[in-house]
Design a protein around this ligand. Structure first.
Ligand SMILES: Cc1ncc(COP(=O)(O)O)c(C=O)c1O
Length: 346
């Protein structure tokens, strides 16, 4: 028995397990030593993802965190500065990696999820000079994890590109869930791709692959990225087994994200009357704000768990529900029989 057999698991879209079709693709993958550049399945995946985003090259990495950190090291030299929001994954959940590995100084704008004001960002940029830390890059998150799966509008991204160009700084996208933004807003991936100097994109979240992310960028950047990845211990050998899962996910699991969004909308609709929705739900994440309730996030999670539903605790009074490949309509029915009842007494 696994967690997935016992519970409706709404903690994260990282808990998915490979489907039968994906496992078959993995089992049949052609492989070689990728550190020698000889794994045909990894090479095919990298070419495919680069083309999807209209960039010259891409590099397969073991995790989204490593893909982000490789990109940041490409864009920001030690002692120089990255700007991002206070809730960004890169400064919240990557355990200080930008500072620890890249010597990067990070400065944040207040957490506003996907509702970024490009003028606020423009006002934070510090130019070169001996007296201040020069800003070299801006990072945004599409969709925004702690921002409840919010989607940054294309117009905002275009304005941010203008801000970056004006200041001569780079723009990075933590696109762990960029697929969800593409499905929710109908913006072609290539349209997103052309706005950024680098992107990191994850195969192991909503797309359902067990492992893997890619850094996307120009050929010269990705060449340097290969060295940084190796330095960080991320050079993998017969990684084609994993890349095959990623290729399968790209072919089979992008369009179906609309189902996950619809399931998240059902959850949101059922909990909304209890005043707990932190943001409007656009994709597969439902952020809960319990500041006006007697029950805190831990207590809510414990009560839900006791009735077979797992949710994430993101802070003392913030919690999160996530839909994904492993959550069926029947699972949503089960969650809906539990969560509103608990919230009614919260
Ligand atoms: C927005 C975002 N970026 C990056 C990551 C990092 O991915 P990984 O867990 O593969 O390191 C995550 C993980 O949940 C994420 O939500």
């Amino acid at each position: 028995m696994t967690v997935a057999d016992l519970f409706v698991d709404l903690r994260s879209d990282t808990v998915t397990r490979p489907t039968a079709g994906m496992r078959e693709a993995m089992a049949n993958a052609e492989v070689g030593d990728d550190v020698y550049g000889e794994d045909p399945t990894v090479n095919a995946l990298e070419a495919e993802v680069a083309a999807l985003f209209g960039h010259e090259a891409a590099l397969f990495a073991p995790s989204g965190s490593m893909a982000n950190q490789i990109a940041l090291q490409l864009l920001v030299s030690p002692g120089d500065e990255l700007l991002c929001d206070a809730d960004a994954h890169v400064v919240t959940y990557e355990i200080g990696a930008a500072a620890a590995y890249g010597g990067i100084s990070s400065r944040t704008w207040p957490a506003v999820g996907a509702d970024i004001d490009p003028e606020v960002v423009a006002g934070m940029i510090r130019p070169d000079g001996y007296f201040a830390v020069p800003t070299r890059a801006i990072a945004v998150e599409q969709t925004h994890n702690r921002g409840g799966g919010g989607v940054i509008p294309l117009a905002t991204l275009r304005d941010l590109r203008g801000v970056a160009d004006e200041a001569g700084v780079a723009l990075h996208c933590d696109g762990a869930r960029i697929w969800h933004a593409h499905v929710a807003d109908g913006v072609p991936l290539i349209e997103y791709g052309r706005l950024f100097d680098t992107l990191s994109v994850c195969l192991s979240k909503g797309l359902g692959a067990p492992v893997g992310s890619l850094v996307v960028g120009s050929a010269d950047k990705i060449e340097r990225a290969r060295t940084i990845r190796k330095r960080m211990g991320g050079g993998m050998r017969q990684a084609g087994v994993l890349a095959a899962a990623g290729r399968y996910a790209l072919a089979q699991h992008i369009d179906r994200l609309a189902d996950d969004h619809a399931k998240a909308a059902r959850l949101a609709e059922a909990v909304a009357p209890f005043g707990v929705l932190a943001t409007t739900v656009r994709t597969n994440l439902v952020a809960l704000d319990l500041t006006k309730h007697t029950l805190d996030a831990r207590a809510l999670a414990a009560a839900a768990r006791a009735e077979g539903v797992l949710i994430s605790v993101l802070g003392p009074r913030t919690a999160r529900l996530v839909t994904h490949l492993g959550v069926s309509d029947a699972d949503i029915d089960r969650a809906l029989a539990v969560l509103p009842r608990i919230l009614a007494n919260a």
